[in-house]
Write a protein of this length. Sequence first.
Lengths: 375, 302
Amino acid sequence: MTIERAAEPFLLIRNLVKEFDGVRAVNDVSVAINKGEIFALLGSSGCGKSTLLRMLAGFETPTQGQITLAGKDIVSVPPYQRPINMMFQSYALFPHLSVWDNIAFGLRRDGLPKDEIAARVEQMLNLVQLSAYGKRKPHQLSGGQQQRVALARSLAKRPQLLLLDEPLGALDKKLRERTQMELVGIIEEVGVTCVMVTHDQGEAMSMATRIAVMSEGRILQVGPPGEIYETPNCRFVADFIGSVNLFTGSVAVDEPDHVIIDTPEGRHYVTHGITGTMGMPVAVAVRPEKIAVQTEAPTQEQRANASEHGYNCVQGAITAMAYFGNETLYHVRLDSGMEIKVSRTNAARHNDAALKRDQRVYAWWDGADVVVLTS
Amino acid sequence: MSFLKNLLTLRWLTGRRVVIAVPFLWLAFAFLVPFLIVLRISFTESDMGNPFGTLMTLVDGVITLKVKISNYLFIAEDELYVLTYLSSLKFAAITTALCLIIGYPFAYFMARAKPTVRPVLLMLVMLPFWTSFLLRIYAWKGILANNGIVNNFLIGIGAISEPLHLMNTQFSLIIGMVYAYLPFMILPLYANLVKMDTRFLEAAADLGATPLQAFWRITVPLSKSGIIAGSMLVFIPAIGEYVIPELLGGPETLMIGRQLWDEFFTNNDWPLASSVTVVVILLILVPMAIFNKYKAEQEARS
């Protein structure tokens, strides 16, 4: 959570707190967002992400803290005077106004000349490919079209900051995947800085340049999607983003270039140093897709990194398997009683070495592919 | 034959039909039949001794149908009736407008009040119904009379030396009408406003609308059906109102309800009174039909 950056960040949130009846919905949040970023606030419901977004829009007044946009403090600015527009969850399109009038609503409040409003609305309709639908009422449109109208309406005033509240939450799965790309394309075309709120990690990962993972009113980690996924900084983040196997144990060998961690499931050899001390309780996080699973013991060749020690390898029996088409997820019960998840990409159509239930297997992984979590 | 057989097996007697038939029959019995009787009387002549005559006679094998339309012609020609109808419409319109102006803010703040407070406010709106309508209108006499509460108070504080003439004026009539009909405006408006999604107001604010602009551009248009429903509930009964103009009105407050009463019971001219009634019903049916058409269109749209 570094706030200090070389250039002054575009949107700066400092020590923001929001209390509802003494309960802190947002608890001392500080984050800096750069111009042109698509920044995602990710968390489960009740984590405070929506409250944070509503404070940016101006619908909630912070109990404490500052919000500065382009160097100006906006906390005391009412929502209708902020250069910020929001695309609401399930859109909040005005049902009594046509698509055209919905998009023109904000422009009219600014008192722009008529022909300029018309030009801007047409431009927005073109942008979201709804030129032929200007006269329709919102309820005459499909969910995907409504979503695009909402986007056009929130972009029409050329806001300095665009807020998206669960932008794809109301769409079905297939449409969501297509719209994600479209939405990012439009936002990048317009070049607007964007803060989005979502509970869907896939949405955050595929759309955002950076993600802030929130829990209980706090930001736990901020970083690009790859960093959040591959180097989570705590158990919550590791577990929240994707799925993970956590082996808990303690540090047995602590060297600058590697560490060895003892767990009931066996020894773990990690090919990077950690900031920890000997004997410290830690968890080793291994993603299911980083684990190889096979019926024979891995060969020396296969286990170049960890082999010589015989570490990073566990044995167990398959208790359950779920076939997803592109991959198969196996649940393996280890001899220690712990159950781990292992996924295998179905690269070939016919796999002769397909694993079966109750089969005994070896599961092993590379010492470079794990993360040691100290909190 | 199969029709009779079907009828006898009672297979047509489904729950759905029974449920619809009960109110239907009630309306036919309590509204349609009396209306037809009134319609019939309006086309007859007043007889000696009888309040109204016959429409159809059978004498020597000849059926004579006598439809007298002069009552209607008389209503159309007589300036008094035309003026009374117009005056009724005027007072009903003023009442509706005032009820809307007073009732809208009330309903609005009721709908935006804390959910725990709302039932109490709703109770306060309905509380007057616990007392007889007649008594409440009578109470206004005590308030507005020359030696009533208002005048006594104003004389008491020295604001006036002579009592103001408040009773039996347009003023007292309108006060009574607005007072009596206000809940009928507030309740449908409240029901409409309380359902309104406040996110629309947030969206309006987000797009740069001040609270006042958001009210006129979003809240008012979205509560249109509530405004129409409340206005109809006030306007329609207000046209034919009898008790309030009788008790609080004066010589210059012509209302058709009072005129009707006079024709029936003072002049004993039932055919003319019936014609007046039929015209009143037509006057009320027209705005009703417009309202229903609007509702049907709205439902078809959503």
